[in-house]
Design a protein around this ligand. Sequence first.
Ligand code: FE
Length: 134
Amino acid sequence: MESKVTKTEAQWRAELPEPSFCVLRQGDTERPFTGRFWDHHEAGIYACRGCGTELFGSDSKFDSGPGWPSYFRPLAPDALALVRDRSHGMERVEVRCARCEGHLGHLFDDGPPPTRQRYCINSASLDFRPAGKP
Ligand code: FE
């Protein structure tokens, strides 16, 4: 993995649009069916909105129903950091970008084959790079 990206809260706030800052740096969850990517079907790569690390491919995206973009596997397992999350009275696994530690979403085990995993990710934490373009 490339070296870690570390910035102050003020730097992140200055760099990121408000919804991305709230998700990536404050752990917020965007309202379902509101983000750019829950109903997005182009071929390409989804990268971290904070640091640009490529996280998910469109070939692992599936329609999960709840209104957030969902993937059944990451491009590379070490691109993500999984953190136990006991907030809001639930026992969940938080998904973060390993490089900038930005909050992305949560991981559930009710996804489709072959992995049965569901990476439920906030659109505001992602950027999209269409296939075939640099
Ligand atoms: Fe990142």
